[in-house]
Design a protein around this ligand. Structure first.
Ligand SMILES: [Zn+2]
Ligand SMILES: [Zn+2]
Length: 425
């Protein structure tokens, strides 16, 4: 029995782990790594290593493109086996994958799949839910809520000889939008885990919420526009709930970009979120933005704009920044981790907004708050303790090696695999 690491080895992005049980072959996630325009013009996303098509199952943990972005390539190459995930994940992935096709066309980048491949994927979707169990060959697979974004799962695979947990991306604690992950109490030999925040603790959540709402309130009191760029899936809805919690929904709120569709999908599955009625109420009361005329109107008045993209690499935020970058009474509050090389990261480092189309100094107020959907460092250690595996493989982080050696110091057998490495288990 072995594991092959096709990506996310020592990096965040292009996840893909192949489990070969001797009887069955299953692939956990198959994603891409988006490369920012700040690193040079027209960079295509990085792709995971190639996998043979004799798979028995594709197991998708959640919709984010670093996990789902290359699954349609399997169907493009001729795979006709099942992909297992939650209905929410399939719905959310569909909008993100369609957008990635659009972007590749727009930027004239190499295309690894087309719309018809998404249709083939759809035909081979197997929708699963939390608490359920299904079989791939002789292996039984349990599905746990990973607490990361709506529909996200961790897989527990029991091959009969060994049991393997693939964490996907995990969040232990409750947020406004979601409940924290569901603990896995089953016996586990092998744990494959993310380590995005392996080196960092999150600052206190309540303080972050207050900082966000104070910055927004101050901007509105100066008759400015408060721009809050967000990831479409999860973060935008979390920000809406926080704005409501602190009474800011009495001001005009605009929701723009893919965040509109993502919110609609998330509300289709109210059982997955903590406060479905509240989100529904907020969504009904806010302005949904679909075109530049609406954007120009919004930019003229004191209001709150919740829009994509979270790392400023594209999306309607570029349009708003072009209009408002030099207005001292306006503000831009980044709400999550900015990958080095992203336009958001460059802005925090240099004060300049640099993309393929733009390069200018931002004069409005810029802030960063941490509303991460990942577990912080000590929660990751607690997670390992809870699972109590015989061996840990650390992936999906910038310092997997360091996290693995810290686990070793605590007495665990831990390893941070290289890209392409095959590990016997
Ligand atoms: Zn994710
Ligand atoms: Zn991820």
């Amino acid at each position: 029995m072995n594991l092959k690491f096709l990506g996310a080895a020592g990096e965040v992005g292009r996840s893909g782990v192949l489990l070969n049980t001797g009887n069955e072959k299953m692939l956990f996630d198959y994603g891409i790594k988006i490369i920012s325009q700040a690193e040079g013009p027209l960079q295509a996303p990085k792709i995971p290593l190639k996998v043979k098509l004799d798979l028995d199952a594709m197991l998708l943990s959640h919709a984010h493109l670093d996990h789902s972005g290359f699954v349609p390539n399997l169907y493009n190459r001729g795979y006709r086996g099942p992909t297992y995930s939650t209905a929410t994940t399939f719905d959310l992935a569909r909008i993100l994958l369609n957008d990635s096709i659009k972007l590749a066309n727009l930027r004239n980048q190499e295309k690894y799949f087309f719309k018809e491949d998404l249709k083939t994927m759809e035909k081979n979707e197997y929708r699963i839910t939390y608490g359920q169990q299904f079989y791939v060959g002789k292996s039984s697979i349990g599905i746990y809520d990973a607490g990361h974004i709506p529909g996200s799962v961790s897989f527990h695979v029991n091959t009969g000889k060994k049991s393997v947990v693939y964490s996907g991306d995990i969040k232990t604690r409750d947020t406004e939008l979601l409940r924290g992950l569901e603990p896995i109490r089953e016996n586990t030999d092998i744990l494959i885990m993310e380590s995005t925040y392996g080196e960092r603790e999150h600052p206190d959540r309540e303080i972050q919420e207050k900082q966000l709402t104070e910055k927004v309130r101050e901007t509105l009191e100066m008759n400015g526009t408060a721009m809050v760029p967000c990831f479409a899936v999860g973060r935008a809805q979390e920000v809406l709930l926080i704005l409501e919690k602190y009474g800011l929904d009495k001001y005009p709120i605009y929701l723009d970009g893919m965040a509109v569709d993502a919110t609609k999908i998330i509300m289709k599955y109210p059982e997955l979120i903590r406060q479905p009625k509240k989100l529904d109420k907020i969504y009904k009361n806010i302005e949904k933005v679909y075109n530049n005329r609406q954007r120009n109107d919004a930019a003229k008045r004191p209001c709150i704009i919740v829009t994509t993209s979270g790392m400023l690499n594209g999306g309607p935020i570029a349009h708003y920044l072009e209009k408002l970058y030099d207005k001292k009474n306006c503000s831009l509050t980044l709400t999550g981790f900015q990958v080095p090389g992203s336009a958001g990261h460059t802005l925090l480092e240099t004060g300049n907004y640099v993309t393929e189309e733009n390069n200018f100094k931002i004069k409005c107020r810029v802030d960063f708050i941490d509303l991460s959907a990942h577990s912080g460092r000590s929660e990751l250690f607690d997670y390992v303790k809870m699972i109590d595996p015989k061996k840990v493989f650390v992936i999906h982080g910038d310092s997997c090696d360091k996290f693995a050696s810290e686990l070793k110091e605590q007495g665990y057998d831990a390893h941070a695999p290289q890209s392409g490495e095959v590990c016997e288990i």
